[in-house]
Design a binder for this molecule. Structure first.
Ligand SMILES: *Cc1c(COP(=O)(O)O)cnc(C)c1O
Length: 432
């Protein structure tokens, strides 16, 4: 390398590592990551991609990176519970609770006595306060775990009676029959795909029955000539044979919501006679990933004591976030679900006025398997389809809906406080 070689002007590693930006970043990102970024910046100069004099600035830029490779995304799809975007976004209260729980916390300690306490008491109390119809509550890792725990506890080695119209597949890798088979219970299918009557359940119920299971079909809908037994009807049968009635609700709605009248809720389902319901924490409940179990004390206690409960227990971050979700302000999920169409139109018009594009009617969706086919009336800004990729790759990343040869930007799930950042991102994506 001659002294004329520009590579001789590349700053040395120890010089770069001693810079204030690198020292500050070492706290945030760790020494190994900082060293890697230093080498990467030097390598770019070695390859001639940047001038040696630019290495320090390029390094300073790359040191600004977040400690996670997950990118925040503005959800401009109009789909409220977007599975690919991590389902429910958390409320500020839930995020703060997660930060508190991230350090040492009294999750299993009674500070007054200094002795061990029960895990998850606050989340349990918050659930029961929001669903007084239930005698007892239990939080586990996710909805699937709640269902597996219920069926394992109640029906291992025995039969679970379930309607053929409810043997569903929800998203990738969740096939209800497979999940139940994995618990060591036998599935006793009754009825037909489109019609199952109370008598079908009655004919199958007997000494081998571990429980009767009713599943909300979530992401699919039967139409036409259909019949299903209601929870109240099944209650009578379950009581007659003294077998538990389990209802997998999926969405985690705790009380009826007039916006989605056909979506079952925990309070009504328990009042109608379910012994226990299972649901997700991060669908319509609007909280963290969690599995919710609500119902009769005797059954929930049995589930909590089953050895499997330890394998599917909720972590302290989820317990804290769930408690804050339940006792805190309206969730972002609820806000998006109930967004006023008039206000959505005003916001869309304001966006179109600054970036161009046409304001068009656009129905949002509940998503996440909730209320399929139920439109949430609103508006979107229609842009050329080519804008979609640029929006995804922009900063902030924006996920629009690509539909009918257009890129649709729906503001339903974008917090209003983010409208200006969204407008800037759209402007940048359109090359303006
Ligand atoms: C979503 C869903 C599940 C699975 O819940 P996870 O929290 O994703 O594990 C189970 N049952 C029904 C009816 C659902 O809709």
């Amino acid at each position: 390398m001659s002294s004329q070689d520009p590579r001789s002007r590349i700053p040395r590693t120890d010089t770069l590592l001693a810079s204030p930006a690198a020292l500050e970043a070492t706290e945030r990102l760790g020494a190994a990551t900082v060293r890697r970024l230093v080498t990467a910046a030097q390598d770019r100069a070695r390859r001639g991609e940047i001038e040696p004099e630019q290495v320090a600035a390029v390094l300073a830029g790359s040191l600004q990176r977040s400690p996670t490779r997950l990118h925040p995304v503005l959800n401009a799809t109009g789909v409220v519970i977007h599975t690919n975007l991590g389902r429910a976004p958390l409320s500020r209260a839930a995020i703060d609770a997660i930060c508190t729980a991230a350090e040492y916390v009294d999750v299993e300690l009674d500070l007054t006595t200094g002795t061990r306490s029960k895990r998850g008491v606050a989340a349990r109390a918050a659930l029961l306060a929001r669903c007084p119809a239930a005698e007892e509550a239990l939080v586990v890792n996710n909805g699937a775990a709640a269902l597996v725990l219920a069926t394992t506890t109640l029906a291992q080695g025995r039969e679970i009676i379930v309607s053929r119209g409810e043997l569903i597949e929800i998203g990738a890798g969740f096939r209800l029959p497979d999940l139940i088979a994995s618990t060591g219970a036998r599935l006793r299918e009754v009825g037909t795909t489109n019609r199952t009557h109370l008598v079908d359940y009655a004919d199958a119920t007997g000494p081998e029955t571990g429980c009767i299971l009713k599943v909300h079909p979530s992401n699919f809908r039967l139409g036409g000539f259909t019949a299903a037994a209601s929870v109240s009807e099944l209650r009578a049968l379950a009581a007659e044979h003294d077998v538990p009635l389990v209802v997998d609700l999926g969405s985690g709605l705790l009380a009826p919501d007039p916006m989605i009248p056909d979506e079952p809720d925990a309070s009504t389902t328990i009042s109608d006679g379910a012994d226990v319901i299972t649901a997700s924490g991060d669908k319509l409940l609007g909280g963290p990933q969690a599995g919710i179990v609500l119902g009769r004390k005797e059954i929930v206690d049995r589930m909590a004591k089953h050895p499997l409960a330890r394998a599917v227990r909720a972590d302290k971050l989820a317990l804290a976030a769930l408690e804050a979700t339940l006792s805190g302000p309206d969730t972002p999920t609820s806000v998006a679900l109930h967004a006023d169409p008039v206000r959505l139109r005003e916001r869309a018009e304001k966006l179109a006025a600054t970036v161009g594009g046409e304001v068009v009617p656009h129905d949002g969706r509940v998503g996440g398997g909730g209320a399929p086919g139920v439109p949430l009336p609103g508006w979107a800004v229609a842009l050329p389809e080519s804008a979609a990729a640029a929006l995804r790759l922009g900063d902030p990343a924006v996920l629009p809906r690509s539909h009918g040869g257009r890129c649709l930007v729906d503001l339903r799930c974008v917090p209003e406080s983010e409208d200006e950042r969204l407008a800037a991102a759209v402007r940048a994506a359109l090359g303006g």
